[in-house]
Design a protein around this ligand. Sequence first.
Ligand code: NAD
Length: 489
Amino acid sequence: MAVETKPVHKLQTDLFINGEFVPSVSGKRFATTNPATGERLAEVAEAGKEDLDRAVAAARTAFESGPWAAMKPRQRGRILMKAAEMLLARAEEFGRVETLDNGKPIFEASRIDMPAAAECLSYFGESADKLYGDTHPGRPDAMLLTLREPVGVVGAITPWNFPLLQAMWKIAPALALGNTVVLKPASVTPLTCLLFADLLREAGLPPGAFNVVPGPGALVGAAMAEHPGIDKISFTGETATGKAILRAAAGTVKRVSMELGGKSPNIVFADADLETAAKGAINAIFYGKGELCSAGSRLLVEESVHDALLEKIVDRAKKMVPADPLNPKTRMGSLVSEKQRENVARYVEGARAEGAKLVAGGSRASVDGKGAFFEATVFDAVGPSMTIAREEVFGPVLATLTFRDEAEAVSIGNQTIYGLAAAVWSRDIKKALRAAKALKAGTVWINTYNLYDPGLPFGGYKESGFGRERGRYALEEYTQVKSIWVDLT
Ligand code: NAD
């Protein structure tokens, strides 16, 4: 069953295997709902192990033989670039489906996420024939070469917060380099990935190169991690899930890359431009409703400017009123599900109980009496050992801490199991760069937050994972090196 979503054509809700939309072997379907209204959006085919086997077999055949395997890299690249143009042309339509499925503001989905997904595709499309091997001048009696070869069948397992964009960070480099992909999107938000499969097919991608198998993570995702026919797992999601996948992948010595959680420090020094820093702090925590792996969820403020900065932030947070995600003016949408809202509410109650001071928001909200909305929430007087300063909330909740000097800022900043991102705000470039070097995080922004470019790698330190997405490092993630020794005697 599918609904019409104007101006969209019919949603695709079957599995996508070997270039076709097919029901699951079991015939099972699961519902996906619009979290902003609670309305049922579609019934999506639920993959089981047999469906996964079919998808892996199709991906294997496409990788080993057939049009995809025979294609010149530039030709692969052209398909991706064509798909990028098509996605950009349909950004409003794809964005609308993303908003309906995820609850995020349509402004973000159509104007930011979809163009970014298209840009990622064209970046990697252009890179398809630009990853080079080497020659090594080690021996007069031989020619020593290295080749970069695709790893094979890539299993991509993705979360619900940026459903198509996160998937694209994996699909685009994997396909550009000649791999094939089996994607398992998060069950709460499978629709744009299915729609994208249709688009890729229209752009000329041959059957089997890309397959989508929505289904329960504990079943389909876990089976992917163990599957002998899958050569690499590229995972984005919670750290706990990542650990389970690592264990499951060990049995087949699978390659894995992991983009996991975060508790990123956003550090504001007294000499920063406070107006810009306040705006940046709001963007850092409330973009994507705070359901963002890189969210600046810990605001670290130098004591002397604490009051001035917090006043600006609280003022702005109070204006971030949850509203209809389909309204282009909305900047705070609905959380992805009722379940996620309850997780967030628990963290808020916990923070109050532990003595943090609530200075903005803190409550569930609704629009027209419906939806999984939550207010933009700010806590002050948070101590580094409080739960709210240590655990990822994955919602619109900011924890404010203070520091006395640079050393303490860095020390508190690094006081976390995570290391995904961080930011530093200061007019003193040496101080900002010193802090950037000392912070143990995969990305550090200086005087800005949440900016991404397809050429700049993204990934974690510590328990935020390993491997990098985007840029030339991503190209390396989806290739393996072969050495060739040519005897010249
Ligand atoms: P999740 O770990 O619950 O789910 C992610 C995916 O894994 C889903 O497709 C899910 O079905 C699947 N899955 C669940 N259990 C599995 C298992 N046992 N084996 C294999 N697959 C399984 O994460 P989520 O709730 O969808 O997403 C939120 C999390 O993702 C947050 O922790 C966030 O920080 C993280 N995230 C990280 C990044 C990054 O780039 N580092 C980006 C976005 C989200």
